[in-house]
Ligand binder design. Structure first.
Ligand code: SIN
Length: 304
């Protein structure tokens, strides 16, 4: 009888709370169940995991993603997927040039079921320096709030929408026009419970959270300023330097991230490819589920 010897992956944390690099796996090959479990466990513990020197193509990227969930279409508004891969969203520096700093965000929280995870991959179009991505940990952000503020946050709900905190766009891009013509808006608990780890997460982000519900506009602004400041405390974050063949895989329920703001100063080419996995509907600590206000859930693509 052949006994398969499972290897323990080499998991190297990058900061106290957030991010670990995983070595000892070749993502050109299908993963075995034990490696899937080890990667998922590392994801739950470190919230974002990174792989290096994984020179995979679109089909292998998709196969990797399918070990962990069901890929959605590339994006609700903003995607020109590669031929034959409607699940893949190219993200290029050309689309970011001129922006001084992207907002911190959790992917697609305007929908009622934001993706459970995102998998972002570089091939060889990455700059030698610049273009880093930052990630933060929404579980530790909640855990370190004082008890009275936790009790308040536990009761609050927030409106999330494409267009974000300001509810508007700095310039009239094609994307902004599409959002305006066809808004997507949902209400989520400010504190959601992670269905797999049971952790409480401070589930707000400047990229999408427009307003705290049931309080005045001014109170909402102050509360969001407090929460936004908390989620981006430097000690909760990790900064990832892209290299050819790098992959970042984040738990989109438990993180926020910020794309690079330095393309306004650098003339560099950077093309990444992202897959998002269909999300569950967030649940607050009282068991109430998020509600759609405008727009449909962001579902997995139906099998061909
Ligand atoms: C993203 O927001 O998913 C992309 C981040 C990046 O371009 O670094």
């Amino acid at each position: 009888m052949t006994v398969l010897a499972h290897t323990r992956l080499d998991i190297r944390p990058l900061s106290v709370f957030t991010g670990a690099e995983i070595f000892g796996v070749d993502l050109r090959q299908p993963l075995d169940g034990d490696h899937v479990r080890q990667i998922r466990d590392a994801l739950h513990k470190w919230k974002v995991v990174f792989f290096r020197d994984q020179h995979i193509d679109h089909a292998q990227h998709l196969a990797f993603a399918e070990h962990f969930g069901k890929p959605t279409y590339a994006h609700p508004y903003d995607a020109v997927p590669p031929e034959g891969y409607p699940q893949i969203r190219p993200i290029s520096s050309a689309s970011k040039t001129g922006r001084r700093g992207e907002r911190w965000h959790t992917d697609v929280t305007g929908v009622v079921n934001p993706p459970i995870a995102s998998i972002l991959r570089a091939n060889d179009q990455v700059p030698e320096f610049g273009g880093d991505t930052l990630f933060t940990n929404l579980a530790v952000a909640y855990a370190n709030l004082s008890e009275p503020i936790k009790r308040l946050a536990d009761t609050l709900w927030a409106r999330h929408q494409f267009g974000g905190y300001n509810g508007d766009f700095e310039n009239q891009t094609e994307y902004a026009q599409k959002v305006k013509a066809n808004p997507i808006v949902s209400d989520h608990p400010v504190v959601r419970v992670h269905p797999e780890t049971g952790e409480r997460l401070l589930f707000v982000n400047p990229g999408f959270t427009r307003r705290i519900l049931g309080v005045s506009e001014e109170e909402s602004r102050h509360l969001l300023a407090l929460f936004f400041e908390e989620i981006v405390r430097p000690e909760y974050t990790v900064r990832f330097r892209w290299q050819p063949g790098s992959i970042a895989f984040w738990d989109n329920r438990a993180t926020a991230h910020q794309g690079p703001g330095d393309f306004a100063y650098l003339d560099v080419e950077r093309v990444l490819y992202r897959i998002t996995l269909e999300g569950d509907i967030p649940v607050g600590i009282d068991g109430r589920q998020s509600v759609p206000v405008i727009g449909a859930p962001f579902k997995a693509l139906a099998a061909a």
